[in-house]
Ligand binder design. Structure first.
Ligand code: PMP
Ligand code: GLU
Length: 397
């Protein structure tokens, strides 16, 4: 018999598995074995989709939205996105500057594939969202991590940005509110970064604003709105988080038209237009006043306060005060070198596995986000689960 060798490409062999999805799968598996796991690993709202969005989807089915959509999205959805950019972000994006994709994840992958050449450097203030570095590498770019810490609220300073820039720097990617740190850049902080970029006109920015509405600080600021940045910013957003539509898979960009055109060309060869029914439902989501989803934001705010006060009582956990998204990102490096219940903790991964095995609580190691001193805990869970999870953590550390 002919022996079949493993013929997988270097591309996939070198790619890391998404740590967030992997931890969620592990939690699911353990639950299947009868273990009582509290899953705080996946960044996913635990609310039901608002009824008015469900109704729009049902209507779309009845109205026979069953054919291929335009690759870049229905024109009336793009109009709703354009209106949303104007209403929420004071940004003017015409329909030729908008591309709708299968989740913001695909929007990010499109941008990497159309903007990067082999060896182009992409600055990632760390901690960064888990998939950025592998998406950049897939496009043959080189992620350049800029480490930040809890003292600076996990935000990159203009000085750090300046220092990271080389002749090969092509882009800066960041999220605000940030997954995983929950940090929110103020207008002044964005102006500081923009002032550095002004001297480097070849550097483009990916501003991932998918958590824009989950912001407890008040107004959300878009870097594209700052002088000189609009022409070289790709603003990424989507409906997964604010509208609890993670499984519906709709994300979008607003960008210079030549970038939007290239993303459409790329997407046209790999996935075509995003799901037609989800696109119709997204029109309803984006046309609704933000007040319609405020109950979810208020609830996240309450849970943020709750988890901060509970974790504040756990010895060894250092916390910043996240002002957005639905994560806390405690520095747990105090535990490194210590042995807990016979397990030696050498790094954040050991700690996350320890919590899973001894406390039955799933979190994600900070290593996946480019910060080896922290773990990420999602508080998109019920108050009861949050209380129980922290009590369990406290008992095992
Ligand atoms: N960016 C950030 C910062 C995220 O946390 C996520 C997580 N879902 C995404 C992008 C991708 O979102 P989507 O579900 O729209 O693909
Ligand atoms: N963005 C979410 C997270 O960070 C969902 C998981 C994913 O898409 O990787 O947990």
């Amino acid at each position: 018999m002919v022996e079949i060798k493993n013929m997988l490409s270097e591309r996939i062999t070198n790619m890391a598995t998404s740590a967030t999805l992997a931890m969620a799968a592990k939690a699911r598996e353990l639950r299947g074995q009868g273990k009582d796991i509290i899953g705080l690993s996946l960044g996913e709202p635990d609310f039901d989709i608002p009824d008015f969005i469900k109704e729009a989807a049902k209507k779309a089915i009845d109205d026979n939205y069953s054919s291929y959509s335009p690759v870049d999205g229905y024109a009336d959805l793009k109009q709703a996105i354009s209106n949303k950019f104007k209403r929420d972000n004071h940004l003017e994006y015409g329909l030729n500057q908008i591309v709708v994709s299968t989740g913001a994840k695909q929007s990010l992958a499109n941008v990497a594939m159309v903007m990067l050449n082999k060896g182009d450097e992409v600055i990632l203030p760390a901690p960064y969202w888990v998939s950025y570095s592998d998406i950049v590498k897939l496009a043959e770019g080189v992620p350049v991590e800029v480490p930040t810490d809890i003292e600076s609220d996990f935000k990159m300073t203009p000085g750090q940005l300046e220092k990271a820039i080389t002749p090969k720097t092509r882009m800066l990617w960041f999220s605000s509110p940030c997954n995983p740190s929950g940090s929110v850049y103020s207008k002044e902080e964005l102006q500081g970064l923009a002032a550095v970029l002004r001297n480097h006109p070849d550097i483009f920015v990916v501003s991932d604003e998918i958590y824009e509405h989950i912001n407890f600080r008040g107004r959300h600021e878009s870097i594209a709105g700052i002088d000189g940045m609009y022409e070289r910013t790709i603003t990424v957003n989507g409906v997964s988080k604010a509208f609890a539509m993670t499984g519906w898979r709709i994300g979008y960009i607003g960008a210079p038209d030549w970038i939007a055109k290239a993303c459409t060309k790329f997407q046209g060869q790999i996935t075509s237009g995003a799901n037609a029914i989800a696109q119709r439902a997204t029109i309803a989501a984006l046309e609704a006043p933000v007040s319609k989803i405020k109950y979810m934001i208020d609830e996240f705010h309450k849970r943020r306060d709750l988890i901060l006060s509970l974790l504040g009582e756990v010895e060894g956990f250092q916390l910043n005060v996240p002002e957005g998204a639905f994560y806390v990102f405690p520095d747990i490096s105090n535990f490194f070198g210590r042995t807990l219940n016979g397990t030696t903790i050498n790094n954040a991964s050991d700690f996350a596995i320890y919590l899973l095995e001894h406390a039955n609580v799933a979190t994600v190691t900070g290593e996946a986000f480019g910060n080896p001193n922290c773990i990420r805990i999602s508080y998109a869970a019920s108050e009861k689960e949050i209380r129980e999870a922290v009590a369990r953590i406290k008992a095992v550390v």
